[in-house]
Design a protein around this ligand. Structure first.
Ligand code: HEM
Length: 179
């Protein structure tokens, strides 16, 4: 059977929804931790946590969709580039889970259990521990920064395909483009 040439509508919707969510959550994360203690800072911390947990849940959905639906056939490209793209996509998937889980664990270890959107209390899966919290804070930060670096390479590669190789790669992930 011939493979489709574009991702499914669901895969496209999840890709752009998560891209937007990750960008916003990352930007708020960088901004909020520089703020002096205030109501705004506390609100931003909560929104950052709630958005991050939502991203975690959507990432499970996305992974389940990816594992049960065939992606479109790969475009012709040198073997090295194909391998690099696969490696980057694999790392990104791993980080979509690792970054929010590290943030959640950090919050628990600091003694601030997460209550999702103020309604759903989430379990703590690490004990309250000051040293552990300090370690998890660094882990969360460096995983998030690594993810941002890989996303930049991912975007640069997509733009190279679109505008230098002109192989129509973006069409595969563009919302609303015909089959
Ligand atoms: C996938 C989504 C997430 C991204 C991209 C993200 C990204 C970031 C970034 C870039 C920072 C600033 C790090 C620094 O420069 O020190 C940060 C801080 C923080 N994040 Fe996240 N985060 C995510 C999810 C979460 C979740 C789910 C939680 C908790 C439930 C969380 C809790 C925190 C906290 C408490 C801080 C403040 C660290 C401090 O005290 O300085 N994050 N995050």
């Amino acid at each position: 059977m011939l493979k489709p040439s574009r991702y499914t509508h669901t895969a496209i919707a999840l890709h752009w929804l998560l891209a937007l969510g990750l960008f916003g959550t990352f930007a708020v994360g960088l901004y909020m931790h520089e703020l002096p203690m205030s109501v705004t800072r506390l609100k931003l911390y909560n929104w950052h946590k709630w958005a991050g947990v939502t991203i975690l849940a959507l990432s499970f959905l996305r992974l389940a969709w990816r594992l049960t639906h065939r992606p479109p056939a790969g475009l012709p490209m040198p073997e090295g580039q194909r391998r690099a793209a696969h490696a980057a996509h694999g790392l990104l998937y791993a980080l979509f889970f690792a970054v929010p889980l590290a943030g959640w664990a950090y919050s628990s270890a600091s003694g601030f259990p997460v209550v999702w959107f103020g309604v759903l209390p989430l379990p703590d899966f690490v004990p309250v521990d000051r040293d552990l919290a300090e370690l998890l804070k660094q882990v969360h930060k460096w995983l998030a920064l690594s993810m941002a670096a890989i996303v930049l390479v991912h975007v640069a590669a997509a733009l190279k395909h679109q505008f230098i190789d002109k192989d129509g790669l973006l069409r595969r992930m563009r919302p609303g483009a015909g089959a």
